[in-house]
Design a protein around this ligand. Structure first.
Ligand code: NAD
Ligand code: MG
Length: 396
């Protein structure tokens, strides 16, 4: 038998990171943890190091790294502890790692994920923001460096499973008519419109079907998550925005579908548990146990579908427009959204103001070509500044 595949888990202390480690721990001879990274939750990172014994750990800053290194040494472990963006890039591109799970949330994941791509790794992409910001550049790097990019987002993993292996030749050549991207509609799918401006971060984070980090939970409530996923799907599958249709499917059992010209529609179904797409990508093209319970269609009994209401979900509309505009528009959308969501979680703005900030920032900035990493990072910084100045102007 060949040696275990060594996995770097970026964002190990998060929801996706923990689910990844759960799957890895079910297959000890097959996978081994090479590196674990965390940002603010040092004790959680320490506990994961004690359990999974990686060669490297990466903490947020130098003080945290010193503290963690001391604790691990006292526990009798020799683990190299790095810190910051440089540390993240070191473990994601390290020759000792075979597979990189990109599960940092937001723009902070861009550089380490891109470093893994440029090192030709098997990259399991959960960090959709990285691809949304830098799509053209990112996909070019995948091609140039022979990286194996596997989608972790449940919808994109479902689409990947429903497409033929030759989809890289073009969707048209494979007879694909449309990609149908499903969305649960989040916790506010049926909330009266005039109550939306009073909803709290706790209500926004109480997703009906999925348990996730706070940022993506708010994105799901505003349907910005589906907007980011629409842009993500265009890059991953070389689709135009018009080829991707969003539909609300409240049960979150069908994770997405592919509609072919002969009238066939292929779907992937499963319980809403991220360990399914994680196991799929980890073992691809083989299949492994994930710990997810078998789907019980009798207890689900019915599957519903409806079109999204763009007045209720203006963030989805803004994303569709940014997808059609292209160039730097998705990076601006993403950065403004990150600032707005953080402000909402801090109770500085209302839920409905998330869309107002993004719309204002998109209108204020000129949209430019972004063909280098520096250009992407400059757009990201500029859009964050514009969103911060919205907050200041409005006394938040
Ligand atoms: P989370 O908030 O639970 O975890 C985020 C991780 O990123 C943590 O380990 C944190 O330490 C790390 N992190 C945060 N800021 C950082 C920074 N500045 N530098 C370095 N590390 C940092 O988030 P999550 O729900 O696990 O989501 C992670 C990514 O996966 C997101 O991009 C999200 O959109 C995507 N995703 C998540 C789910 C899900 O079910 N949770 C599903 C699909 C896609
Ligand atoms: Mg998703």
């Amino acid at each position: 038998m060949s040696r275990p595949r060594r996995v770097t888990v970026l964002g190990a202390t998060g929801s996706i990171g923990l689910s990844t480690l759960d799957v890895i721990a079910r297959h000890p001879g097959r996978y081994e943890v090479f590196a674990l990274t965390g940002f603010s939750r040092l004790t959680e990172l320490e506990q994961l190091c004690l359990r999974h014994r990686p060669q490297f750990a990466v903490a947020g800053d130098v003080d945290q790294a010193k503290e963690l290194s001391g604790r691990l040494t006292r526990a009798g472990l020799s683990i190299s502890v790095l810190h910051g963006n440089a540390g993240l890039c070191t473990v994601s591109s390290h020759p000792g790692a075979d597979v990189v799970m990109a599960a940092i949330v937001g723009a902070a994941g861009l550089e380490p994920t891109l470093a893994a791509v440029k090192a030709g790794k098997q990259v399991m992409l959960a960090n959709k923001e990285a691809l949304v910001m830098s799509g053209a550049l990112f996909m070019q790097a995948v091609r140039d460096h022979g990286a194996q990019l596997l989608p972790i987002d449940s919808e994109h993993n479902a689409i990947f499973q429903c497409l033929p292996g030759t989809y890289g030749d073009g969707l048209g050549r494979c007879g694909v008519r449309r990609i149908l991207l499903t969305a649960s509609g989040g916790p506010f799918r049926d909330t009266p419109l005039d109550e939306l401006h009073d909803v709290t971060p706790e209500q926004a984070c109480a997703h009906p079907n999925w348990s996730m980090g706070r940022k993506i939970s708010v994105d799901s409530a505003s349907m910005m998550n589906k907007g980011l996923e629409l842009i993500e799907a265009c890059w991953l599958f070389d689709a135009t925005p018009a080829q991707v249709e969003v539909l609300i499917h409240p049960q979150s059992v069908i994770h997405s579908l592919v509609d072919y010209v002969d009238g066939s529609v292929l779907a992937q179904l499963g319980n809403p548990d991220m360990r399914t797409p994680i196991s799929h990508a980890l073992a691809w093209p083989e299949r492994i146990e994930s710990g997810v319970a078998p789907l019980d269609l009798f207890s689900i009994a019915r599957l519903d579908f409806q079109a999204p209401d763009l007045d209720r979900f203006p963030c989805l509309k803004l994303s569709m427009e940014a997808a059609a505009t292209g160039r730097s528009a998705p990076a601006v959308l993403n950065a403004a959204n990150e600032v707005a969501v953080a402000a909402f979680l801090d109770r500085r703005i209302r839920f409905t103001e998330i869309a107002s900030i993004i719309a204002d920032v998109l209108a204020a900035l000129s949209i430019v070509e972004v063909d280098t990493l520096d250009a992407v990072l400059a757009v990201d910084t500029q859009a964050r500044r514009a969103a911060e100045s919205w907050l200041k102007r409005n006394g938040r």
